[in-house]
Design a protein around this ligand. Sequence first.
Ligand code: NDP
Length: 284
Amino acid sequence: MAEKGKIVVAGAGIAGLTCALYLSRAGFGVDVYSNECETMSCLEEAPLVENFPGFPDGISGSELLYRVVDQAVRNGVSIYPQGIVSVDSEKKVCIDTDGRKISYDEFVMATGVSHKKFTCPGSELAVIHQCAVCDGGLYGENDTLAVIGGGDSAIGDALYLSSLVRKVYVLIRRDVLRVTNKFVYDRLVATENVDVMKSTSITRIRRNDDVDGAYVLELNNGKSELDVNGIFSCIGFDVNSIPISGNGRTWRCGDCRSGATRQAVVAAGNGAEVALSIINSFDF
Ligand code: NDP
């Protein structure tokens, strides 16, 4: 069967790769573009995914994503380490981060989300990590860490970090967590070296002059202070997008859709749905 058409997918997360997998198996030529900094999958940062069907013992986000990459490539998908910076949907041309023009028949945006940055006075002088899996290994068993945020990401990261360091403080600005998973909440409560500090905002960050690389966090306008060796921020995400000119047809799948739920299984399902819509719009 001759190739049916050329599809460009921007973003190599689970949504983009699932979409690419379906399209490639349907006979399309599929090129996935992913600039590591901008469209790297947040799934890669998940220490343990316990709610993806088919993995009763859980699976790390990076292992899950690696398997999807492998499956897509085995099914004919090509993956390029460049991002897409702009799309002309009328001419059906997009430009990659190296300035190359790429023609396509259908364009799928699956660019996911990026971490929101935590800022406060002094934060510009501090190293604030955004991925426990990537950077947790920089700290050791004598260290104390702060995790900012009280959602699923913050609690997942705090639990992961608690296995590496002496103490983890989770700082939440209100008095409620946003955790959606009872098992994770129960594990948090049972983990002795994690303390949740409610109604606690960091209002300034200073270097700790006595300890190399450490910080003093001023809390609630100086009412108290916390000495930490490192700071991790998990305060939510902003949607990644690519400027699209013209009124031609483009598709979106995964977390970059407005109102997406940031669940790996939903992103994968949505990638498949978009692929099926494209497949159904072409004649075999
Ligand atoms: P959330 O938006 O759920 O939580 C963000 C947290 O950061 C909240 O506690 C929020 O506080 C706090 N926050 C926001 N801005 C600031 C700030 N400037 N200073 C201090 N604290 C701040 O983000 P998550 O990344 O945790 O989760 C996003 C989505 O992804 C959710 O739908 C979640 O369920 C999903 N997810 C699911 C996972 C899973 O199923 N295993 C794993 C990870 C994420 P406040 O409440 O006051 O706004």
